[in-house]
Ligand binder design. Sequence first.
Ligand SMILES: C[S@@+](CC[C@H](N)C(=O)[O-])C[C@H]1O[C@@H](n2cnc3c(N)ncnc32)[C@H](O)[C@@H]1O
Length: 334
Amino acid sequence: MMMSGVSRGLKVERIHGEQFRKALIEMGIFDHCRKIISDESNVYLPVLEMDEQAAARLRQIAKFEWEDRYFQPEKHNPTPEELLGFRPSFDVVGDIAIVEDIDAERVARALMSCNKSIRTIIAPVSGVEGEFRTRRFRHVAGEVRTITTHKEHGLSYRMDLESVYFTPRLGTERLRIASQIRPNDVVLDMFAGVGPFALLIAKRKAKVIAMDKNPVAVKYLRENARKNKIEDIEILEGDANELALRYVGIADHVIMNLPHSASKFLIPAIGAVKSGGIVHYYAIAPKEDLFRDWTMIASAAEQIGVGVELAYQGVVRSYAPRRFNVVIDFRVSR
Ligand SMILES: C[S@@+](CC[C@H](N)C(=O)[O-])C[C@H]1O[C@@H](n2cnc3c(N)ncnc32)[C@H](O)[C@@H]1O
């Protein structure tokens, strides 16, 4: 067993030290959090877990020995970018990092060596797909699981990443919406997922009605409401096109965060808003015509016989090359 404070190292002759260091960095197994040691004849390099393939590659450089010793910690913990030589694209949800599938193992090693709070690394093997907007993942490193608890704006959200939709990239947008809500406002969240809009808003003393068709998302939404001690919330499982019809002309705000197909839900959404209320409508649109959905909004309003007026429009985030996730806030008048 290794003594505490002692970690795995490689002992190599001084003349080969630099070559070994470079090879370890290239393979992503150099431990950047610890300092190299050297004496008159040898260099001791701190290393992470290494497999037989890596050891074979090192043997081609020169002879080496394993040497477990106390390597002083580096004062400055390097960033993943410094370790890899490029900026990896990844999201952190709770203690799980989601990395791109290209070079995932190397990126995973760099992330885990820099960030001790990351316990699991997964990579998507599908796009966001299906009615419930979920992704399939493969396990890359660390603990084998897709369930985690994510903290955002003082609330915690438990979820299974493989069974529900969640992105930490909408955190700022959620605050923008929440900041418009006044106590006692009625807010309808038509596509609530595990609750990041709904619970943040309910915490501000609004009366929230949150719905989702995915039973697993609804299970977590209920659990998250309970864990965050939020009682004034109505949670419904089912199709928003049918459920929203129960609420006619009562909402101060309606949130429609289903960007690929929100237009199909415009009639019940507009129907649920009281005069002067606002619909927050999300879409995916090409760079050349970011707010093209306005035509569909205006035509749905005309069908119901209400007026709509633009309150705000903006880009939320980039979504794919030349495609953006946009928001259109519009006010309804009856
Ligand atoms: C893009 S996600 C947004 C979730 C959540 N608002 C968030 O920010 O994390 C869209 C959600 O709509 C749900 N959904 C899809 N079709 C639905 C429908 N017909 N009725 C209700 N919910 C639906 C999905 O299950 C998913 O949870």
